[in-house]
Design a protein around this ligand. Sequence first.
Ligand code: ADP
Ligand code: MG
Length: 314
Amino acid sequence: ATPTAVMVATGVGASNGVLIKGGDALERAQKIKYVIFDKTGTLTQGKATVTTVKVFTEMNRGELLTLVASAEASSEHPLAKAILEYSRHFHFFDEPCDTKESQSNSEQAKFSGWLHDVSNFSALPGKGVQCFIEGKWILVGNRKLITENGITIPSNAESFVVEMEESARTGILVARDNTIVGAIGIADPLKREAAVVVEGLLKMGVKPVMVTGDNWRTARAVAKEVGIHDVRAEVLPAGKAEVIRSFQKGGNVVAMVGDGINDSPALAAADIGMAIGAGTDIAIEAAEYVLMRSNLEDVITAIDLSRRTFSRIR
Ligand code: ADP
Ligand code: MG
């Protein structure tokens, strides 16, 4: 392809909301053999919704929700946003109601007078968050987070989490000073186009794969819904980059599609990183392609554009 053809293709991409950082990336995309999709916020809407709140102590639901929302207030994770949204409605209306536009955490912070003061906050990517609230050590996250901190998960909490996972949801545990005090079930629906895009890739001879930090049970349930057969679950951010490298063996060209901070090592490791436009800035910086419409159909648009620009048979 001539430099002019590359310029034209880049322009066509841009007018479709596909930003391409350079002609090299545009050229590589025609050879993509595997597309590795992140789950949360990439295949799923990332507009997670709390469906179930379980309390295992003398606390009431409102108290539990305020505790969890306070712990999650500084997290950018879609699950954290869902919890904040739900808790805010619970607090102000005493019952959950449908939300219109989800507000960013910083906007929410303006109305955050009801939250507890938090100290020593840290986010543990792929696991959850921890902090201190009113002198008590609070953990909010998955099994791994809880057990790695030496806390035992009682059987009622474990079966709640399993129940969530088997219905493609995520079960989040809440520990206060070494005791599980509650659990939250969160549903995150697939993007409407996800299954069609997976089918389209297969037709193009491209193999779709899903990689996620989430647990195996939820991962399998979601993969089945979307039509992906190759799944890697319980993968930490550094591990996602490892997964990319394993697919690259033998010279395969591998694309990674992701939205989160946790995806940026994998986006950088991939031959072509494609960041979801609605994702975090760090992911966007690490990627060669930015899908501004956050629509997965643009993965196909991107590959098509490259194939049409560089195929010798025209
Ligand atoms: P994905 O790879 O699907 O985008 P992540 O790696 O971001 O998922 O997260 C994996 C898992 O870690 C989540 O399903 C959740 O159980 C837990 N987790 C991560 N961040 C948080 C958070 N802020 N609050 C609670 N749980 C979290
Ligand atoms: Mg994600």
